[in-house]
Design a protein around this ligand. Structure first.
Ligand code: SF4
Ligand code: SF4
Length: 199
């Protein structure tokens, strides 16, 4: 997979919207959310659900979708360029927040490893055993192994339960990002955002 710099022009002047995509979204509502995150160090679930990159709970039912938890007006957009279906739109203003169109997201996960902010998660609600599969970018050691039980943490870093590692992906094709697939109780699908592997 090419690096983001291979795909993305480097200045706003050179940043046309990908063909057929929407113009930049209105960012007027984003200030208070971003300030709340800066003050406490993380977004609350309620704030995440209000982000334009977050699908609704109804959208997630029975599907695997990207959850783009990107709420700061930073100059960044590789997710927009990486998405093969046009499900993520940032538009001509490179500091606009990414907007996810759940109808166009097929849950491929291509956007996840290109995000330098580790702000993209995949949530898979297609199982029928009361568990959800969450794809988490993981930049800590140790890297967990398939089949291991790991501690699951929320956005604040609080342990909220345990999960089972279903798969671990890493390597140059993922831009050297390790992606850990973790099975968690369904009610933690939008809560589990980090893991701690056994040492
Ligand atoms: S998961 Fe795939 S289709 Fe969905 S937003 Fe990411 S790259 Fe696009
Ligand atoms: S790549 Fe990540 S940090 Fe950059 S705009 Fe997309 S979601 Fe936000």
């Amino acid at each position: 997979m090419p690096s983001p710099s291979d795909r993305a022009p480097s200045s706003p002047e050179r940043m046309p919207s990908p063909p057929g995509r929407a113009p930049s979204p209105d960012r007027a509502e984003d200030g208070p959310r971003a300030r709340g995150c800066e003050e406490r160090g993380f977004f609350t679930l309620e704030e995440v659900l209000g982000l334009p990159g977050c699908p609704g709970i109804d959208d997630l039912r029975g599907r695997r979708l990207a959850v783009v938890e990107c709420g700061h007006a930073i100059p960044c957009d590789p997710c927009q360029w990486a998405c093969p279906t046009g499900a993520i739109t940032i538009g001509d203003d490179i500091t606009a927040l990414p907007v996810l169109d759940p109808a166009r997201c097929d849950g491929c996960g291509t956007c996840q490893p290109v995000c330098p902010g580790l702000a993209i998660f995949l949530v898979d609600m297609r199982r029928d055993d009361g568990r959800a599969e969450v794809w988490l970018p993981h930049e800590f050691l140790p890297v967990p192994q398939k089949g291991e039980t790991v501690l699951v943490r929320d956005r604040a870093g609080t342990v909220v339960g345990e999960g089972e590692v279903r798969r671990v992906r890493r390597g140059a094709r993922l831009d050297r990002t390790t992606i850990v697939h973790v099975l968690v109780p369904e009610e933690l699908a939008m809560v589990a955002r980090a893991i701690e592997a056994p040492r």
